[in-house]
Design a protein around this ligand. Structure first.
Ligand SMILES: O=P(O)(O)OC[C@H]1O[C@](O)(CO)[C@@H](O)[C@@H]1O
Length: 617
């Protein structure tokens, strides 16, 4: 483990220093030292058909009520608040904003009682297992406020699951006499948090376990959780990079950029970046899985696009894919599963290809050597393939090139030679300085975590609702982790959550949702018209600083929107169309210059009727 965790960082850049001074906004209910805790209805699970299985697996923590936090009445008696001892661990992967959860937790803990102590586990879960801690103080936090990365404490594996790991965590909780343990991470970490909470109760250990939704993938989403910390930042940074390559592509007119974005089980980052930057093609894992497209069908689809563009004299383009695409292709999924089983049976890598089933071996031999090597890499902590290390964008580019050569030989393609440049925009964005939204959201979640521990809640996740609204309208709550669980029958390895065990699962893109529908409507225009959009870098100050995560606004149909953005859209549109034009002409005008999201906002905005847009109806 790195001995320097927690050491003061030199904030060299002017922006970095300014960011350290940013004071996140807090919703009103979190502005004092205490909150009023309100208990709601008892919960069951997201999928009621799984309720009995979840109840059986979590006899002590299943069915707990929803909890909300509101500001205490002005005349509330200020109870004596005994000091608390709390531990915090980065369990999931790095995600922008993670440090602010710890900062929020620290500030709330000290406001609760200055004698309280906060321990950070050095090296993530491994630090938790061996009780390696750093006391978090104001001094320690100074140079990590609003900064990217998880380097204050570091992390290791996102797993507190085996009996040995759980027992080690319990021993640490006991040795440190912890009142609470805050676990920061995504679906896997929060599923483990639920199990640890249950085990601690069953072992009469007083430590309360709280989960905090932090994951750049944005796939921990359900009726209680609107988004995860880090998703906003990562989408903004990647959207800017994608738009940069779009402009580069159109400038030289000679390359196709194949860009892979993070997102293992769900394609939210790729989807959001496409909404923002309007690349020519986007292939979502969810679409491929639903239509059961084979690898060659995916390749044909891309080649058809390349060919259609060549007919317009265009030899450049940008394609986005999520890293999970490879597992969404049925025959690739089956091959990966066979390899996983061989790993689980400790078959040496050199012998694996000879132990595959005949059809899997045939597919394996067909793949380029670099992909074969990557497919055999050692597995993730949940015994799945290391999708971040599989260059799916290069595989696609390689096969598209081969297919275009074949089409040329057959006389089906008469255009210029196809050329590609591949990118994986993954780790670059993960360590970014967090957006204001992620700074505020994470800081609020840190505060809520403390109030949950003070209220004696265990097996809960800190949540904030109404994120689409300004911070003063955010609603702070806690939802039982078991309420987010369901049971899936995946083929999994020995270190994974066992088959049929309840877990919090990633939410896929909603292929029936409004945003997806709109993107599909525009697919042929995106493909052929080079309708690229430049969202620009994250704005920390000035116009744009309050921009919200966009899919949130789309998915919440009651969104009231930002009237200033709307007015700005309208004034631009008014210069393009004549009063009295049809709604279709109006829509085309808006579409030609604004993002998909803005179009949706303008066209469905309830205030349309009161604004000059009505002149155009
Ligand atoms: O840092 P590692 O272990 O390569 O993790 C990569 C994985 O983590 C994530 O960034 C977040 O879950 C995934 O998108 C990616 O597959």
């Amino acid at each position: 483990m790195n001995a320097d965790f927690g050491a003061p960082k030199e904030l060299a850049g002017g922006l970095q220093q300014r960011r350290a001074l940013y004071q996140p906004s807090l919703p009103p209910c979190l502005q004092g030292a205490t909150v009023k805790v309100e208990y709601g209805d008892a919960t069951t699970t997201i999928n009621p058909s799984c309720a009995s299985v979840v109840a059986q697996a979590f006899p002590s923590t299943f069915g707990q009520p929803l909890v909300s936090f509101v500001a205490p009445p002005a005349d509330a008696v200020n109870d004596d608040r005994p000091p608390l001892r709390v531990g915090v661990v980065f369990s999931g992967r790095q995600s922008p904003g993670g440090h602010n959860v710890i900062w929020g937790l620290h500030d709330a803990l000290k406001a609760h009682n200055p004698q309280s102590v906060l321990y950070g586990f050095i090296g993530g879960t491994e630090g938790l297992f061996v009780n390696k801690t750093l006391e978090i103080t104001d001094d320690v936090l100074t140079s990590y406020k609003n900064q990217g990365g998880f380097d204050l404490l570091g992390r290791s594996i996102d797993q507190i699951r085996s009996t040995k790991q759980v027992n080690a965590a319990i021993t640490t909780c006991r040795n440190l006499n912890l009142d609470g343990l805050v676990i920061i991470g995504g679906v896997t970490s929060n599923s483990d948090a639920a199990q640890l909470a249950e085990t601690l109760v069953q072992n009469n250990c007083k430590t309360k376990v709280v989960g905090v939704p932090v994951s750049l993938n944005g796939d921990l989403k359900n009726q209680f959780v609107e988004t995860t910390v880090g998703f906003d930042t990562v989408c903004k940074v990647n959207s800017q990079l994608v738009s940069n390559v779009c402009l580069d592509a159109i400038s030289a007119g000679k390359y196709y950029y194949f860009v892979r974005l993070m997102g293992r089980k769900a394609s939210h980052v790729a989807f959001e970046c496409a909404l923002q930057s309007h690349p020519n093609m986007l292939i979502l894992g969810e679409e491929v899985a639903l239509s059961k497209l084979t690898l060659m069908e995916v390749i044909d689809k891309i080649c058809d696009g390349v060919q259609a563009r060549a007919e317009l004299g265009k030899y450049h383009g940008v394609l986005l894919i999520p890293e999970g695409l490879i597992e969404s292709i049925p025959e690739m999924y089956a091959l990966i599963q066979e390899i996983n089983i061989l790993h689980n049976n400790n078959v040496p890598v050199a012998e694996m290809s000879s132990q595959l089933s005949p059809w899997a071996a045939a597919l394996f031999q067909f793949l380029p050597l670099f992909i074969r090597r990557e497919l055999l890499l050692h597995q993730e902590s949940d015994n799945s393939a290391q999708l971040s290390q599989i260059d799916t964008e290069q595989l696609l580019a390689h096969l598209v090139e081969a297919e275009m050569i074949k089409r040329t030989k057959q006389g089906r393609y008469k255009g210029r030679k196809f050329s590609s440049v591949c990118h994986f925009f993954g780790y670059q964005a993960r360590g970014s300085l967090p957006s204001n939204f992620d700074c505020d959201y994470a800081y609020a979640l840190g505060h809520i975590s403390l109030h949950m521990i003070a209220a004696g809640l265990t097996g809960y996740m800190a949540t904030v609702a109404n994120l689409k609204d300004p911070v003063d309208k955010w609603r702070c709550a806690a939802a039982p982790l078991t309420a987010m669980m369901s049971v899936k029958r995946h083929l999994r390895g020995p270190g994974a959550i066992p088959i049929g065990s309840p877990a919090i699962h990633p939410s896929p893109i909603d292929l029936k949702g409004k945003a997806y529908e709109l993107l599909r409507e525009k697919a042929s225009s995106f493909l052929l018209d080079d309708f690229y959009r430049t969202p620009g870098g994250i704005q920390y100050e000035g116009p744009g600083q309050d921009a919200k995560p966009i899919t949130l606004t789309i998915e919440n149909q009651d969104y009231m929107g930002d009237i200033e953005i709307l007015k700005c859209c309208l004034s631009k549109v008014r210069t393009m169309v004549k009063p009295g034009c049809s709604r279709e002409v109006l829509k085309a005008a808006i579409s030609s210059m604004l993002s998909v999201t803005d179009v949706l906002t303008v066209m469905s905005h309830p205030l349309n009727a009161e604004l000059p847009l009505s002149h155009f109806k």
